[in-house]
Design a binder for this molecule. Structure first.
Ligand code: MN
Length: 325
């Protein structure tokens, strides 16, 4: 079965230095085992090392993106604009070396929303990218802020999905994790942060303003498919439905404007729940290279009690349609 995976990261020693600079501002954060970290960095920096892995597991195309936090961690907006152009050009070069095997999501300098929208347009129309990878908040600002309407507007016009990827929360959100470092990072903290960010976008009415805009969410939708009924219930209880603040119920936006990916580890029941909640047409395969094991990522779908037609949708048909591959 043809496979396309869409959360696949690359980086260089230079981008790692950007990340380290940004990490200094994060008080509590997940700390990887140093041996694992070094192994992951080597895998990420040697770009070609992924080709034999792709071949081994039948992955036809990786849609690549810069590793977290992309250019969003840069403090100076002008430096971020410059870095985004440079790194998107570098990514385009990697893709053009193997045009049948790779596509890309752009890095956006959201520190300057207008420039970010322009860079998205350049990346899609000139570099052939399929959308953008957004690594969480940008210095405390989330994608429902008024200033980012220009980005949503451009993304909708370009038919370019925005992929919202996990990142560390702002420092002032971290008190609940004090004394429980095992809850940081992928265990729980990143998921809560990313789910809440996605809900800000939905409840902020972005999909009323830009009804054709598409949001992709990692890690099986960060548990949101499981709580869609609860979101509608809460929205109704606080008078949201009556107020006319949104044209539709929260769950409707999730089913119409949001796609989710299979990155990370999940139980077969999770995939079944997601299919029942939002439909197999809205779920896309992702391995989270180099952070997750490719074999596991493939096998957890293959071994799920899901029909062959749905597996075709998840492994490649949805990506072909949504990203025009
Ligand atoms: Mn990832």
């Amino acid at each position: 079965m043809r496979k396309i995976c869409i959360e696949e990261h690359w980086g260089t020693p230079e981008t790692e230095e950007l990340r380290m600079r940004w990490l200094k501002s994060i008080v509590f954060r997940v700390t990887l085992d140093s041996e694992i970290r070094n192994r992951l960095l080597q895998k990420m920096w040697s770009f070609e090392a992924r080709l034999p892995v792709m071949d081994e597991y039948g992955i036809a195309v990786q849609v690549i993106s810069l590793s977290s936090p992309g250019v969003q961690g840069i403090a100076d907006p002008r430096e971020a604009v410059y870095a985004a152009k440079k790194l998107n050009d570098a990514q385009a070069e990697l893709i053009h070396k193997y045009p049948d095997r790779f596509a890309g999501f752009a890095a956006l300098p959201l520190q300057s929303p207008k420039e970010a929208a322009d860079e998205l347009e350049r990346a899609v129309t000139q570099l052939g990218f399929r959308g953008a990878m957004i690594h969480g908040h940008t210095h405390g600002e989330y994608l429902d802020a008024e200033k980012f309407r220009v980005v949503w507007e451009r993304a909708e016009a370009l038919n370019a999905p925005l992929y919202l990827h996990v990142n560390e929360p702002m420092v002032d959100q971290m008190k609940i994790y004090q004394g429980r470092p095992e809850l940081l990072g992928p265990t729980w903290c990143w998921g809560v942060e990313t789910a809440t960010h996605a809900l800000r976008i939905i409840f902020g009415g972005m999909f009323d303003a830009y009804p054709k805009a598409a949001l992709i969410l990692d890690h099986m939708g960060e548990s949101l498919p499981y709580v869609l009924g609860r979101l509608d219930e809460g929205f109704t209880l606080v008078g949201g439905k009556k107020s006319g603040k949104l044209k539709k119920m929260p769950s409707e936006y999730f089913r119409e404007n949001v796609w989710i990916t299979t990155s990370g580890k999940f139980f077969p029941e999770t995939l079944q729940c997601a299919i029942r909640a939002i439909g197999a047409d809205r779920i896309l395969f992702a391995t989270d290279y180099p952070f997750a094991d490719t074999r596991e990522a493939v096998e957890q779908i293959e071994n799920s009690p899901v029909g062959e037609e749905d597996k075709e949708r998840i492994f490649h048909l949805n990506a072909e349609r949504l990203l025009g591959l």
